[in-house]
Design a protein. Structure first.
Length: 92
């Protein structure tokens, strides 16, 4: 595995936090029904989730990450495949 330097790790972690913040900012004022009806917001959320997953995968390249962080990153990496599909929505 390749090493990434401390500044790169900080930038990647900041990117994850930024995406989480963006999701919170876009969804906080909405109730479930509003969120469900706002396709543009849902697509934006999925885009941020995908970016979180990609960034987590990039951080996993570092072989010196503590085990608990690696476990968390493995979970976040699963968001890479997050997609919005109207046919698989919760209420269908």
């Amino acid at each position: 595995m390749a090493q990434i330097n401390s500044n790169e790790k900080k930038a990647l972690l900041h990117q994850i936090l930024s995406n989480i913040s963006s999701i919170q900012h876009r969804t906080e004022p909405l109730d479930y029904q509003q969120f469900k009806n706002e396709e543009a917001v849902r697509e934006e959320v999925y885009s941020h989730l995908q970016e979180i997953g990609q960034t987590a995968g990039d951080l996993l390249i570092a072989d010196d990450a503590p085990l608990d962080l690696r476990n968390d990153l493995e979970l976040l990496k699963r968001f890479t495949g997050a997609t919005h599909n109207q046919h698989t929505e919760i209420d269908h």
